[in-house]
Design a binder for this molecule. Structure first.
Ligand SMILES: [Zn+2]
Length: 596
């Protein structure tokens, strides 16, 4: 279907007029930071609660000004990756931001240096209430911080670690594997993500060849990829010992504000629920007319969705939000009206989709690459789940306290997607579209919940092996990877031999250990909240809006407590799988219906 969609672009005027103005403002901010440093450096421990409050208020305002310039620069680059002015500004922005960080780093350091009794006394004062939670969290690191010379020595070897990381990244990003995409061009060089993109294609032969080609291409690089990982894991374990961490997952759990017990309860129940995925894999094999699903069939499309115009997508999100809470729909329309969404793909524009929060005064900006697909409608609902969260949290919280960690950040977006998906399923009559939607949402949930847990379990075992003094050679990693994946796929899906190397190109392992389980957490928490909404109906909504308004002013456990959810209990997590199991039934039913 031809689109009549007009080319709707961002209006950046709310942020900044041009790059000259941005540069000028950076200079003002650096001066202000110098002024703050001259008044407070070396004095944080002497301040009373009221004085600390003024300091944090001042920083809060400054940080929002900085955010405005950073977002401006980021959006400019997103619109035109090769624009010289945008690139110059991005470089300038990075440098000024790091100057500012250096000028103000003393605040955090002096704050955690204050002794515990005095800190508790200060935090009990109402003056500090708007910042209390974040200030408490900062202090949790205190027992693991070493002396200044020790920290400097640890910092000094950062370039070496970055060298291992960039070696790994380069090995993966420079891969050019000849592959015949069947487009009449013959074999042409393909990168990893290009090959992976064929897994979503309907032609089975293409999918199977793409998988084989990917792993054949990784094979000659496996040793170097393993050596990079081995070096980084070894270094992290050594540093953990110096700092006194109890286990390799602890730093990540701390940054997610989740205790070890919660994370383990969640991972255990996820593993116990692998059979739900296996049930879908068996049903999917039948739908595709196969005896057994192969790895290459995992994301093969189901159903045949119709196209959606931009106006239709906007109406769908608007109506589904309105049904849940008119306030969310109002924020959605305000952002559209203010020119804070950039809709169509263009040459040089960033791919994917995101939402960027700016400040208390300025509405967030959303990037889309809308191509009339069903998936784009869900993405629009998802990104505005972030945007509505930003707006409500910034209405109620300080800038510092509105921010949430990765595990919570994806909860409102996933929830908003469920609102829109359900609305669409209820109102859509085309069977192919209904089937595609149900299958997509299920497979996205599997990718977030199950696959990311397989990754986390693989990492745990790798750290264990390395901690026992054995090296992480490619063959050993192959084995660990295979075993953790075999638990997930069971006998419902055939893994090809080459898949032993599935660990080798995953950037999370290299850049941020145990990063992936936050995706599982967010998806499950959103499922739990959505189940409560379906059970409770309207009385749920005000509680949910309060949850959005709370932003990052409390720990994840406290944020979800008003919904009666206890994250340490395996029963809580099992409830999420009751919901997922229903989504699985729905996908099986709608997919079979669409084939009649
Ligand atoms: Zn998101």
């Amino acid at each position: 279907m031809a689109t009549t969609d007009q080319d709707i672009r961002w209006e950046l005027g709310d942020l900044c007029a041009d790059s000259d103005e941005a540069r000028g403002r950076w200079n003002d901010f650096v001066e202000r930071a110098q002024d703050i440093a001259s008044r407070y450096r070396g004095r944080v421990a002497e301040l009373d609660a009221g004085e600390l409050r003024s300091l944090f208020d001042e920083l809060d305002e400054l940080e929002q000004g900085i955010s405005r310039l950073e977002v401006y620069s980021y959006l400019r680059l997103s619109m035109a990756a090769t624009d010289v002015d945008a690139n110059d500004l991005a470089t300038y922005t990075r440098e000024r931001a790091s100057d500012l960080e250096n000028l103000l780093v003393f605040v955090g350091l002096e704050w955690i240096a204050i002794d515990d009794d005095r800190a508790e006394e200060l935090l009990a004062d109402d003056e500090l209430a708007p910042y209390a939670h974040k200030l408490r969290v900062e202090r949790l690191e205190k027992p693991y911080v070493l002396s200044e010379p020790e920290e400097q020595a640890l910092n000094a070897r950062r370039p070496v670690l970055q060298a291992w990381q960039s070696l790994h990244d380069r090995q993966v990003s420079t891969m050019e594997i000849p592959f015949d995409a069947g487009d009449g061009e013959g074999p042409t060089p393909h990168g990893v993500s290009q090959l992976v993109s064929y897994l979503y294609r309907p032609e089975r032969e293409l999918r199977l060849r793409a998988v084989d080609t990917l792993y054949e291409g990784l094979e000659p690089r496996a040793d170097v990829l393993a050596a990079s990982y081995d070096a980084l894991v070894g270094d992290r374990l050594t540093t953990d010992k110096l700092r006194g961490f109890a286990h390799p997952m602890q730093p990540t759990n701390m940054s997610n504000e989740l205790d070890d017990e919660t994370v383990e309860a969640m991972l255990t129940v996820i593993e116990e629920s692998y059979p739900i995925a296996q049930r879908w894999f068996r049903a999917k094999a039948k739908l595709l007319g196969l005896e057994k699903l192969a790895l290459a069939d995992q994301y093969a499309p189901i159903g045949d969705p119709r196209r959606f115009t931009w106006d239709e997508a906007v109406d769908l999100v608007d109506s589904s939000y309105t049904r849940f809470s008119p306030r969310l729909a109002e924020i959605f329309r305000e952002c559209l009206g203010a020119g804070h969404v950039d809709v169509l793909p263009r040459q040089g524009k960033a791919t994917g989709a995101y939402c960027a929060a700016v400040s208390k005064e300025i509405l967030p900006y959303v990037l889309m690459n809308f191509t009339n697909r069903l998936r784009d409608v869900s993405t629009l609902a998802h990104e505005f789940g972030h945007a509505t969260h930003n707006v409500l949290a910034l209405e109620a919280q300080t800038w510092r306290s509105h921010r949430v960690g990765l595990s919570m950040a994806e909860v409102p977006s996933t929830f908003a997607q469920s609102i829109a998906d359900d609305y669409l399923l209820e109102n859509e009559t085309d069977p192919g579209t209904r089937a595609a939607l149900a299958a997509d949402r299920l497979e996205n949930a599997f990718a977030a919940i199950f696959r990311q847990t397989v990754l986390a379990r693989f990492e745990q075992r790798a750290y264990e092996v390395r901690g026992d003094g054995r090296s992480l050679a490619a063959e050993r990693l192959n084995e660990l990877w295979w075993e953790e994946n075999a638990k997930y796929y069971g006998d419902a899906l055939e893994m090809p031999e080459g898949y032993h190397l599935g660990w080798s190109y995953i950037p999370h392992f290299i850049h941020f250990r145990f990063y992936t389980y936050a995706y599982s957490f967010a998806q499950l928490a959103a499922l739990l909240l959505y189940r409560r909404y379906r059970e409770e109906g309207e009385p749920f909504t005000p509680k949910y809006l309060e949850f959005l308004r709370a932003g990052g002013s409390a720990s994840p456990a406290d944020l979800v407590a008003p919904f009666g959810l206890d994250l340490r209990s395996t029963d809580t997590w099992r409830e999420a799988f009751a919901e997922l199991s229903e989504l699985c039934d729905e996908a099986v039913t709608l997919s079979s219906e669409s084939r009649r």
